[in-house]
Design a protein around this ligand. Sequence first.
Ligand SMILES: NC(=O)c1ccc[n+]([C@@H]2O[C@H](COP(=O)([O-])OP(=O)(O)OC[C@H]3O[C@@H](n4cnc5c(N)ncnc54)[C@H](OP(=O)(O)O)[C@@H]3O)[C@@H](O)[C@H]2O)c1
Length: 225
Amino acid sequence: MKIAVSGASGKTGFRIAEEALKSNYTVSLITRKNSTIPSTLESCQINRLSGFNKEELDQALNAIDTLFIATGARPSIDLTGPAKIDACGVAQQVESCQRVGVKRIILVSSLCVGKLFHPLNLFGLILLWKKVGEQKLINSGIDWTIIRPGGLNETEDNLNKQSIKYTSSKRQEEGSIPRRLVAKSCIEALKTTSSIGNIIEITSNEENKRISMKEAIKGFNIVGN
Ligand SMILES: NC(=O)c1ccc[n+]([C@@H]2O[C@H](COP(=O)([O-])OP(=O)(O)OC[C@H]3O[C@@H](n4cnc5c(N)ncnc54)[C@H](OP(=O)(O)O)[C@@H]3O)[C@@H](O)[C@H]2O)c1
């Protein structure tokens, strides 16, 4: 299976690519022209695009089976970032997948997407624009999974002590998770057919009961997006 990771220069994106390589997928990276890629990913095909340029995206996604979207606006004084990247950028990637026939998309989104009154919205109403991006994917006709992590961190130590709490939409509002575990969850979603058509919220700690994504999804009580 050939997969692509967009935002592969990002702190979650590069880990998704690394985890995909560990699972022996053929991995193609989608980045901006000047993005920095870690040396661990040198064996991958790298597609350096001018933003979300239509023709370049179509070319990069041609013959790809699954796209992982890990792009996201970086906090900055430009408050239009979330609209441009988390809404329009996701929409442009979804449309390209529709044009070239990518069968599956796994999107890294965020806990609390859609909430208006939330401190994260001080950065360009990011949680509302992420909702627009999610909705574009949900309505795309492509097999989708949305992973909504809590606050991301860079922890790489003792990850085997952490277990992940998986819930359906609107069940978790706080908590954190190492980016490495988000990346592993994205790959687990790819391998878990029942994740298709599901929004999956994830946080982790040492106290959670250990459970697979597949088992957790069986117990999902969906209350809406
Ligand atoms: N930070 C948190 O606590 C948190 C919590 C929950 C969810 N999230 C979400 O999780 C996702 C991953 O977060 P992260 O912190 O790991 O990401 P990150 O390190 O900030 O990486 C963002 C990626 O998006 C790319 N990007 C930014 N603007 C772009 C543009 N205009 N065109 C194309 N690519 C662009 C970046 O490319 P360059 O390397 O070229 O800049 C980079 O590859 C994001 O959607 C984020 O909003 C974050």
